[in-house]
Design a protein around this ligand. Structure first.
Ligand code: SF4
Length: 430
């Protein structure tokens, strides 16, 4: 099979993996003619497939042959799809070739499991090793790790990769047992814990305390062995089983807390050919995925606890309004908030105010009283903010008590663009 055909099969097979952002990687460049590639500037080139998924041009699988039979996966062993396999050397050549043509700035490499987890992981690591050591490649490398792979292979992977990820796949261990019985939920968690340990150790070693002195010279900083400086991430499929949003966010909160993940990615389930009966016939709404990203943002940057975001008893996020607005509408007694007096954590709870605008207002109010004009200057959505705040020249009066307040927000503008899967920047709530 020629390389182009392999590429079309293995790039297509990789499109279901949403965890491809390049944030958090170490800065490297090839200024001065040393090495090839850079992690600075624009980051990885992303493109969007016609079905809205985010793909990088060189986001590929080493192989889509897999001995596992996870029901939700198009590459499962019982799936009737064309199969292909790259050698590590072919992936290295493709990466360098695409880089030189200015098509990519990094590599996202995952793989089906062939022969054994260690055999597969060895091949994946070999790609990264060769790029870094044989070709002095300084671009971004994200490796998907095989949970059951040995400790030494994980260590080597972290030495070469900017980011490592392991997919939890389903939001609950029960879901995983049902749809991917060959996968081991505790094993996935154990690998995450091991990665966290390595990442923490590498960070600690990079602290200023790690100074060594040269014989007769001034102390210099010891070069710490790096380990996945972009941290670790994971992905879960949403809507393949009946786990509700409240449980999904609880899982994410646990993953962020226990393993210090950089990101949890959510991927709305889309039906695959010859699907098993246990799977839904319809795709999960992209809006659900979008709302989960917004809720995730609230947990990471806005100080919301996961159990606050989805009201108990409801189970699901509203598809009509964003989670922050939903929370405000359900907790009207906490409003209005005085933008001239309230602390930062309360300002962050106001629908329509993002982290940046809150910082702006905190600065501005040191020297003057904030007025409606300040909101306009900061370009925050007045329609959304004003019912919830007090300003020097504004009070919402009875707006908060209006029975139809929620309905005013749910009348979505006809021209509002639908979010696309993987469009993480569109997911940021305000
Ligand atoms: S192990 Fe990975 S590639 Fe293989 S069937 Fe399961 S999800 Fe798909």
């Amino acid at each position: 099979m020629d390389t182009l055909r392999k590429l079309s099969i293995l790039a297509d097979a990789a499109k279901y993996d949403a965890s491809c952002a390049s944030s958090g990687s170490a800065k490297r460049d090839s200024v001065g003619g040393k090495g090839i590639g850079s992690t600075e500037g624009m980051g990885i080139c992303h493109s969007y497939t016609p079905d809205g998924r985010c793909v990088s041009l060189l986001k590929i699988l080493l192989t889509n042959v897999c001995q596992f039979d996870c029901l939700y996966c198009v590459n499962r062993s019982s799936s009737n799809v064309p199969r292909a396999k790259f050698t590590p050397q072919e992936v290295v050549e493709l990466t360098l070739d695409f880089y030189r043509r200015n098509c990519i700035e990094g590599l996202f490499l995952s793989s089906g499991i062939i022969r054994s987890p260690d055999y597969t992981m060895e091949q994946v690591v070999e790609v990264a090793r060769s790029l870094r050591e044989d070709h002095d490649f300084r671009g971004y490398i994200h490796l998907k790790t095989i949970p059951e792979a040995s400790e030494s292979l994980l260590e080597r992977a972290g030495r070469y990769a900017d980011r490592l990820s392991i997919n939890v796949e389903l939001p609950t261990p029960q879901g995983l047992a049902q749809l991917a019985p060959e996968k081991d939920a505790p094993g996935i968690r154990r690998t995450m814990a091991r990665l966290r340990l390595h990442i923490d150790e590498a960070k600690e070693a990079a602290q200023p305390a790690a100074m060594v002195s040269r014989a007769g010279g001034a102390p210099r900083r010891a070069k710490a062995p790096g380990f996945a400086p972009g941290g670790q991430s994971t992905q879960m499929i949403v809507g393949a089983d009946d786990t509700d949003d409240r449980a999904i966010l609880a899982t994410s909160a646990n993953l962020y807390g226990a393993y210090r993940l950089k990101r949890v990615y959510y991927s709305a389930f889309s039906p695959i050919p010859d699907a098993a009966k246990a799977l839904p016939l319809r795709p999960a709404p992209l809006m659900r995925e979008h709302r989960l990203y917004q809720a995730d943002w609230l947990m990471r940057f806005y100080g919301f606890a996961h159990e606050e975001i989805v009201p108990s008893g409801a189970g699901m996020l509203s598809l009509d309004v964003d989670p922050k607005l939903g929370w405000a509408l359900a907790n009207r007694d906490r409003f209005p908030i005085d933008l001239n007096r309230a602390p930062r954590e309360l300002l962050l709870r106001v629908p329509g105010l993002g982290v940046k605008s809150v910082e702006q207002f905190l600065q501005a109010r040191r020297v003057r009283r904030l007025r409606v004009a300040d909101l306009s200057t900061a370009r925050v959505p007045l329609r959304k903010v004003l019912p919830f705040v007090v300003l020097a020249d504004h009070s919402p009066g009875k707006a908060l008590d209006a029975a139809d307040l929620a309905r005013r927000f749910t009348r979505a503008p006809a021209a509002a663009p639908a979010p696309v899967q993987g469009d993480l920047f569109a997911a940021m709530p305000a």
